[in-house]
Structures are given as structure tokens and as C-alpha cells.
Ligand binder design. Sequence first.
Ligand SMILES: [Zn+2]
Length: 344
Amino acid sequence: MLVKRALFFIILIVLSLSGCATVQRRTIVEKKNEIFLKDFCQHYGLSWEWDHVSQTIRFSDKNNEISLLLGSRVMFVGDKKIFLSAPVVLRESLVVLPRDFLQFIVIHVRVKIKDDTDYKILKVKKIIIDAGHGGHDPGAIGGDKTYEKDIVLAIARGLKNFLEKEGFEVQLTRGDDRFLSLKERSEISANIDADLFISIHANASLNKRVQGIEVFSLKDLSEEQKGEEQLLSHERTFLKRVTGKSPDQPLREIVSDMLYTYKQAESEALARNIVKESIQYTRAVNRGVKYAQFYVLRNTLIPAILIEVGFLSHKQEERSLKKASYQQKIIEGIGKGIVSYANN
Ligand SMILES: [Zn+2]
């Protein structure tokens, strides 16, 4: 409590040194322990840039470049690393900062830059939808000769339409019946600035009674797996795009760690939303959220999940999966899951 009070007064002193109306300043400071970035920008006449791919927020003036990463406590002022008391988070499309951010920012950013009121940002803008298999690879085959590659392509296309109507930008890894390697699929996600990667598959089991929907999120990777060449190469591409140069090793490690932590937590939240909504729409058996190290989950930097929409080895489920009306239920379930994740 004493520490909190002391901090409060330090902030007041710091703020009163930099010259705006005290009343206005206090409205920012007195919000319990956090600050909305939009309030801060309005009060100080600062502008900032949001890069939705890297989830970074950047301020710059003649002397400093300051970056924050969503979901992280680290703030970079030039090359200097500062640890905030809590992570920067997004709530109802607004960036929320811990209160000690004020101390640091007021000290480091002195030059006022032009006002920017365009602060409302979206957590998710562009989505990649990946229909599994294709071309010479049919995927699972049902007893009635239903091919997984056809079912998942129909669902991927329908999901694209659904999400576009909801205002998202959508890119399919394949829009027709062609073969794509796993490497090509993960490369698409590294090269375009998407926010989510959704891979769609259908299942098969030797046990013909198994049925239902399950969604996979990434299982924790070992240090060795985090150092896999494909992943490192995507990180280099990503960092070069964000920073405009090849980053040094310490920065690369920090960012890599931040991305991994962010991705793990977000993929799981996304998977939970999708399971909940798809079960509600389809009334299928709920096989829940599972964890795996599939290639496309392992080698993407953005939150990524893999949906198994049902079992082609189950007679009744195969019949349902072929029906456009049932596919539409799956599409709406996955779509609503994504929408509710994006709005949260
Ligand atoms: Zn598959």
C-alpha cells in the first residue's frame, strides 16, 4: 500500500514537471492501476503506430524509438530494455498499459508529435484458412469414398465467405484441389501479415465408433524444437519485416520468447472458443481441446490451431460431413468461435 502511494506521488511529480494542465493529468493517473493508450495519447498529443502482425506498438520522435509488445512487460527505448510492472494488454479493442508506463514514457518522450485519434485497433484483421491435404493426397477416406481433402476445402471456402462478411480479410492456403507441402503452408503464414492460422482437417480411426469434433492447440515445445531451422527462418523473416534489419542475437531471443508465449496462450483461447461454438451449432460429440506438435502448429509464429471437424470412419458422421447443411453448421460454429475470440 505504501509503495503504491509512493508510486502515485512520484508519477504526479513526474507529470507536473512536463507541463500540461494538472486536472487533465490526474484523470489519467487516478485510474486505478492502468492507463488506456488512447487517453494517454489524447492528453499528451502523441501519435503511435500499431503493427498488428508483430503485435507491437511504436512511438518515435527525433531522439527515441519506443516499442511495446502486446502481452509482454518489456518496453524498448532505443536499445534499452525496461520492464513494466504488468503486460500491455488489449481490452475491447483498446490498448491498456500498466501505470508505471507513464513514468517511463514521460521521461523518454519529450518532443510532442502530431495528434492521432485513430487508436481503435482490432485484435484480428487477417486470417489464413488452411484446407488440409489436396491434389494427390486425399487425406482420410470414408467408407462411402468421401475424401477428406474435398470436405475440408468446402468448409474452408464457406468459412472464408462467413468471415469476410464479418469484416475480416481472409486468405486460403489452397482454394482448389491442389497439393501443398506442410512447409509451403507454414511459409504462407510467415510471408503474409496474418493474425491467425486455422487449419481444417477431418479425422479417421480404426475404431469405427469414434466420432466428434476436436481442436488442437500447440503442445509446449522443447528448447531443441524451438531452435528448428524452419521456425528460426520464419522468425528472421518476421523480425526483418518489423525492424527493417537483421536483429542481433539477444533481441532475437527476447522477441522469439515473447512470440512463443503470446502464441501459446492465444492459440489455446482460440481453440476453446471454437470448440464451444462448433459443438453448439453442430451438436456433435465434444472431444475438446487437445495439444499436439503438428508441423503447421509448430512452425507458425502467429496463433495457430487445427480443427478436426469429424470422423470419416464413422458411418453417420461421414454422411453428415457430406451434406452442405451440416458443413454450414460447422462453418458457423468455427466462424462464431473466431468472432468471439477476436472480440474478447
Ligand atoms: Zn488431415
